[in-house]
Ligand binder design. Structure first.
Ligand SMILES: [Zn+2]
Ligand SMILES: [Zn+2]
Length: 153
């Protein structure tokens, strides 16, 4: 398994970061931990993507507009810098699709459950609809490579 050795290389290059296998790919700022799924076909791609979040010092709990910017920043870093360095073939389509599904997910969660208008995010997971005044909480699961885990389109 080539990517098993990639994890080991990253571990020695970034001793300050923990690498833990799990169900999803995720960077946790608080835990200084990259979670990765070793059974994923694109694990090299997503490992580097999470590493990019870590290097860029991305934190949790931002507004959605920030999240989209950070996602695309992390992919840029992955493609422009990390892929060459660690000799991982990044599928540009994979990156684009991942970003696209991310935007879609954010769009969905900002939709008013009552009237379907896109609401305004007041803080983190709280939204308010400007059309009907209803407010709601959106689920705040944030996983990179969402398209794999999305249940409905
Ligand atoms: Zn509404
Ligand atoms: Zn990401």
């Amino acid at each position: 398994m080539p990517n098993k050795s990639l994890v080991n290389i990253l571990k020695s290059d970034f001793p300050q970061i923990n690498f833990t296998s799990g169900e999803y790919f995720k960077w946790s700022f608080d835990e200084k931990t990259i979670y990765f799924n070793p059974h994923d076909d694109d694990d090299g791609t997503y490992l580097l993507h999470e590493l990019a979040h870590a290097i860029l010092d991305h934190r949790d709990f931002d507004l959605d507009v920030e999240l989209v910017r950070k996602e695309s920043e992390a992919w840029d870093r992955t493609i422009v810098k990390l892929a060459d360095k660690y000799e991982v073939d990044i599928d540009q389509n994979e990156a684009e699709m991942s970003l696209e599904s991310y935007r879609h997910w954010l769009h969905q969660r900002s939709k008013c459950p009552d009237c379907g208008t896109n609401g305004l995010q007041s803080k983190n997971t709280h939204y308010k609809c400007i059309a009907c005044g209803c407010s709601w909480r959106a689920n705040d699961a944030r996983i990179c490579g969402l398209k794999r885990y999305r249940v409905s389109a």
